[in-house]
Design a protein around this ligand. Structure first.
Ligand code: ADP
Ligand code: MG
Length: 697
């Protein structure tokens, strides 16, 4: 099936080709206007589109349709309805109307709403998003939709993204007009998310309650061999993994997902998939489908795909690199350095817009990647730290510094840089991407935001990126539109913006401790954990930003704030309860059993050979008993702490308590259990060890 990809690529997508094929010319044209300009579609047209979609779906064996949406759970939701409709004489018809296409009414009350439910109606509705293609999955025609409460507050991850794309489109068009690019009608942001994941054996997974309930191991001593040999990265694929990846590719290709690169990652059993980039909106949908299919297809190979950010302590966790750029409908990438003076000036303007936006809204970027799972990665040695900084590469930094200082440019051009007049000296694009420690790196013609966790919807980070950059572009356009001397104003703007925000640029090693000190000196934020980061989301500055561009209202921001914090506390709570359960029902009994076995052997030996020395067994019994008592004591404390957590009112103080008290107490319990594991006969250890989990696929 892998051969002849052209013949089935996108075969399950109602894409442009199928639209042409199934729609009357006029209908097709009107639909395209709706897609390209975001205008609304009248019911007559919607009816025709729905009919065409249904005919196409039936031809591929579909029996159901659903509104596919992305609630705040971070995964996708769907409610299936069959096309079936009763007809005369006990017969049936397969029907799908324009109304059913445009709007659906799932019960909103069972999805996270962050307090919106209390104030507003529980009902919600889904609205068709024509800018993302419908597709077939599990014999169901899936219609990508946005999800709102009945009073209009958005309850999903998709709507703010669409709104932010609109915002950046409007502002970038203003800028391009100033550079005489009147032919550009639309500016689109593009995203290519690199997805990391683990694959482990399903039978082992099923023996670990922590993996089942929390997605990560809450216990487990380091294996003798971790990732220190660095022999897994880009290594040959194991047969079963290769077969899994192949099937995954085929299924993704059928859904029109440009799955492109696959390889082993740094940690044992860790892998990565990267698609070719596409518009942000599609990239979000495609990444959701990718994660869903990874999980589903893994099962067919008796594997389980772990998308948690930190499944194994002491080994690399999984992230998601969000490659981001901005391009025009005429095919120009606005982050591509130009090859003539005017385009160079334009490039530099967009560049400083990003620099300024990232510096001014470090907090929001941090918020956009905040979760209980990702907190285990950010700031640990394998992932970017919780401090947001930016990598430009040495050469581009030198150029920017020369502009800032009014100095001669570092290479070639001898004369003083005058934007729009002088050619930017050629500089090597850092395509080799040498600095892998930077949270936000310029990689030649795009930025790579590396702080995302592997399980994230890429929607959040992208609507934040789009909005903060739209804000800067708006500021720039306001200034430049009124300028008497465009060229001089532009030069001054680029220079001053860079000077004001250059503290965010850091090309060194982000993992080094000295950077933490240096960043503090520069006044950069270091929001280590989710509860700290989230406070900045509801600041006046943040609300003003999102409201100005119509991306989120104050109410919607507060609802999201509550949802994320509640999710954080709930996650840690489930982890703590799972840990207690495992320790009480599995770990302590195992230690006791093994000690009992040792004690029996002491008695046996003594009986057989009265003069025998028994220090190995008796010492071990003593030590294990001491540890078991310690575990028991610490678990009691953890149980008390959890009771205390329940009494705390307010999402914020609650989340802080989980962070400051519950997590450290869990670490206490774990540390003792892991020590016991290393002293216990593996026959007696009740759960698969790291070694078995990581080296048995
Ligand atoms: P790596 O980061 O592993 O070195 P690459 O730099 O080759 O890999 O590409 C990573 C991702 O960046 C891919 O998904 C690719 O499609 C995406 N990408 C490339 N150009 C753009 C762009 N203009 N906009 C968004 N993503 C892009
Ligand atoms: Mg990368």
């Amino acid at each position: 099936m892998t051969e002849n990809v052209e013949s089935y690529f996108g075969s399950l997508v109602f894409d442009d080709e199928k639209m042409r094929q199934y729609l009357a010319k006029d209908t097709y044209k009107q639909l395209k206007v709706t897609i390209n300009e975001g205008s609304s579609l009248n019911l007559a047209i919607a009816n025709q589109v729905a009919h065409a979609m249904k005919e196409w779906a039936l031809s591929l064996g579909a029996t159901h349709f659903c509104h596919w949406f992305q609630p705040m759970t971070g995964i996708t939701a769907e409610k299936h309805e069959s096309f079936l409709s009763p007809a005369k004489d006990g017969k049936i018809m397969m029907e799908f109307s324009g109304k059913e296409l445009i709007q659906g009414e799932p019960d909103a009350s069972s999805f996270p709403s962050g307090g919106l439910r209390a104030t507003f109606e529980a009902r919600g509705y889904t609205a068709w998003d024509p800018s993302s293609y419908a597709f077939i999955k599990d014999k169901t025609l899936c219609i990508p939709t946005a999800f709102c409460s009945y009073s209009g507050e958005v309850l999903d991850k998709k709507t703010p993204l669409l709104r932010s794309m609109e915002a950046i489109n409007n502002q970038a068009l203003r800028i391009l007009k100033l550079f005489g690019k009147d032919e550009v009608k639309r500016v689109l942001t593009t995203v290519g998310p690199e997805q990391e994941y683990f694959l482990i054996n399903k039978d082992l997974y099923l023996k670990r309650k922590d993996l089942i309930h929390t997605g990560r191991t809450l216990l487990g001593a380091r294996p003798p061999k971790g990732q220190e040999m660095e022999d897994h990265y880009f290594g040959t694929l194991k047969t079963r993994v290769a077969a899994f990846m192949q099937e995954l590719d085929v299924e993704l290709w059928k859904l029109g997902v440009y799955s492109k690169t696959k390889h082993n990652e740094v940690a044992p059993s860790q892998h990565e998939l990267a698609p070719v980039f596409t518009t942000s909106n599609q990239a979000v949908d495609h990444n959701q489908l990718t994660m869903e299919l990874m999980k589903k297809i893994a099962e067919k190979y008796d594997l389980v795909c772990l998308l948690h950010e930190k499944p194994f302590a002491g080994l690399n966790g999984s992230g998601k690199h969000n490659n981001w750029s901005i391009s025009t409908d005429t095919g120009a990438n606005l982050l591509e350095p130009g090859d003539n003076p005017k385009d160079n000036a334009q490039f530099l303007l967009f560049l400083v817009a990003v620099i300024a936006a990232v510096d001014e809204h470090q907090d929001l970027l941090r918020v956009s990647v905040a979760s209980a799972g990702n907190d285990h990665r950010l700031g640990a040695n394998e992932a970017p730290p919780a401090i947001v900084s930016m990598f430009l590469g040495e050469e581009l930094t030198e150029i920017m510094e020369a502009i800032a200082e009014g100095k001669a440019l570092p290479t070639k051009a001898k004369e003083k840089m005058q934007l729009g007049v002088t050619l930017l000296p050629p500089f090597a694009k850092d395509t080799t991407d040498r600095n892998r420690t930077s949270p936000f790196a310029f990689t030649g013609n795009k930025f790579e935001f590396r702080m995302l966790g592997s399980s994230f919807s890429v929607s959040g980070p992208n609507f934040v990126l789009n909005t903060i950059i739209a804000e800067k572009l708006a500021e720039f356009a306001d200034l430049l539109e009124g300028a008497k001397d465009f060229s001089a104003t532009l030069s001054k703007l680029v220079k001053e913006t860079y000077i004001k925000h250059r503290r965010i640029v850091f090309n060194g090693n982000n993992y080094a401790d000295v950077w933490v000190e240096e960043a503090e000196k520069r006044g950069l934020l270091n929001l280590k954990a989710t509860p700290d980061a989230l406070e900045t989301f509801i600041s006046a500055k943040s609300i003003a930003l999102f409201e100005k561009f119509g991306v989120l209202s104050s109410t919607e921001i507060h609802s999201r704030y509550e949802i994320v914090l509640e999710n954080y506390s709930k996650t840690v709570n489930i982890e703590a309860l799972t840990l207690i359960d495992m320790v009480r029902k599995q770990i302590l009994p195992a230690i006791s059993n093994f000690s009992g076995h040792l004690a029996q052997s002491v008695l046996n030996k003594k009986a057989a050979v009265p003069s025998v020395t028994l220090s190995y067994e008796t010492q071990l019994i003593e030590e294990l008993s001491k540890i078991a008592d310690g575990v028991d004591k610490e678990v009691l404390v953890l149980e008390q702490d959890l009771l205390e957590a329940k009494m705390i009112e307010g999402a914020s103080p609650e989340s802080h308590f989980y962070h400051d008290t519950i997590l450290p107490q869990m670490a206490q319990v774990r540390s003792l259990c892991d020590t016991a594991e290393l002293m216990t006969d593996q026959e007696y250890w009740p759960i698969p060890t790291y070694e078995t989990l990581l080296y048995s696929v």
